[in-house]
Design a protein around this ligand. Structure first.
Ligand SMILES: [Zn+2]
Length: 109
């Protein structure tokens, strides 16, 4: 069972308390963007086998959104952090690099 720590209220919530929100750190496209940029924003998502950054909502708890870094193959959770960040905190990136040698942060689309 997936258990994520909600950084908003401090509760360790299991997956029955959470609602998935898809990929984290998407660049929102708006007026003035090209058709290709808008298509990427609307339809194209990462689907990695390994480290992934996701949005979750503590639906049966505080109701707030947060981000989680986890491995899609092992379900290992590297950490959670507030949704109001444009990229993962350095401590979470360091934790991922320690556990997944060779992994490095990339510029997300
Ligand atoms: Zn919460």
């Amino acid at each position: 069972m997936l258990i994520l720590h909600c950084p908003n209220c401090g509760v360790d919530a299991d997956e029955t308390e959470l609602a998935p929100g898809g990929e984290a750190h998407l660049t929102r496209e708006g007026p003035g963007s090209s058709d290709e940029e808008f298509e990427q924003y609307l339809f194209l998502r990462e689907n990695p086998r390994g480290v992934h950054f996701e949005r979750w909502r503590h639906a049966m708890g505080c109701g707030k959104w947060f981000h989680a870094a986890r491995c899609t193959t092992t379900m290992e959770v590297f950490g959670t952090y507030p949704a109001q960040t444009s990229e993962p905190p350095q401590e979470i990136r360091d934790r991922i690099s320690d556990r997944r040698p060779g992994w490095r942060w990339r510029e997300l689309s």
